[in-house]
Design a protein around this ligand. Structure first.
Ligand SMILES: NC(=O)c1ccc[n+]([C@@H]2O[C@H](COP(=O)([O-])OP(=O)(O)OC[C@H]3O[C@@H](n4cnc5c(N)ncnc54)[C@H](O)[C@@H]3O)[C@@H](O)[C@H]2O)c1
Length: 260
């Protein structure tokens, strides 16, 4: 017994695109805490880069399989592949989101029906689809974790459709927590992160100005780091959080408490 917080646990990580991805930071922390991990890549465009990154950082034999979270068959195939490596899963990270660029800037009023459907599907419904596929393998209970942002509850200019999608994601978290709690002892939570320089963040118009706002207004005078998100990810997956479910935990330098 090494005393590591996630020793003996098996984790599924959905959402690594590159070394700046929030999923990569949380995966590193889960790995250092002793968890065995199985990863996805989204599609052919990301495949080679993600597999190389995972193998360099987590070992050559770390499993990485395709999963497009907008497609139920792809989710099912992914979990069939997971079963080749483990009979059970203890923790699942959902760290994915997508909205068309034109819906992440300018006037929210102009949001198209198609963009709305796409964003809600990939950014929120996918948590339900992934949780449903993971549940039969979470035989000892466990922890499902999704990534959110403050734009779910407050207006953050330009975040627009993604704010609505994050509101849906957080509501899905609560309903899943209720469904999976009593029957399976599976906990479902969100981390609401402050701004981080990632591929997805670059899609939001004026994203760089957010850092300045956090520096000026957050109680800690800054947003968060990847390592801090990783540490919170370990806590939420560990027994220390055994009675925490359905929550949105802010890791944002305290910015969420401020009104001015
Ligand atoms: N970067 C930030 O400032 C910030 C702040 C708060 C929350 N978040 C959230 O963190 C999560 C991770 O984003 P990130 O900032 O690390 O960016 P990222 O670009 O590194 O990760 C986004 C991931 O979503 C995946 N994805 C998109 N569509 C998909 C699909 N159809 N199927 C499977 N995967 C798909 C991409 O492949 C990518 O791996 C997102 O939910 C994002 O909204 C980001």
């Amino acid at each position: 017994m090494s005393g590591k917080l996630l020793e003996g646990k098996v984790g599924v990580v959905v959402g690594v695109a590159n070394k700046r991805s929030i999923a990569f930071y949380i995966a590193k922390a889960w790995h250092e805490a002793g968890a065995k991990l199985i990863f996805n890549y989204q599609g052919e465009r990301l495949k080679d880069g993600v597999i190389k990154l995972i193998h360099e950082n987590f070992g050559e034999d770390t499993p990485v399989y395709e999963m497009d979270a907008s497609n139920d068959e792809s989710i099912a195939n992914f979990f069939d592949n997971v079963k080749k490596h483990s009979d059970k899963i203890d923790c699942v990270l959902h760290s994915i989101a997508f909205a068309p660029k034109e819906a992440l800037g300018g006037s929210f009023l102009e949001t198209s029906r198609e963009s709305f459907k796409t964003s809600l599907d990939i950014s929120a419904y996918s948590l339900v689809g992934i949780a449903r596929a993971a549940e039969p393998m979470m035989v000892d209970g466990g922890s499902i974790l999704a990534m959110s942002y403050l734009g779910s509850e407050k207006v953050v200019p330009n975040y627009n459709l993604m704010g609505v999608s994050k509101a849906a994601l957080e509501a899905c978290t609560r309903y899943l927590a209720f469904d999976l709690g009593r029957s399976r002892q599976i906990r479902v939570n969100c981390i609401s992160a402050g701004p981080m320089q990632t591929l997805a963040a670059r899609g939001v118009s004026g994203f760089n100005t957010m850092f300045k706002v956090y520096e000026e207004h957050a109680p800690l005078g800054r947003s968060c780091t990847g390592e801090e998100l990783g540490a919170t990810g370990v806590f939420l997956a560990s027994d220390g959080a055994a009675s925490i479910t359905g929550q949105v935990i802010y890791v944002d330098g305290g910015y969420q408490i401020m009104a001015m």
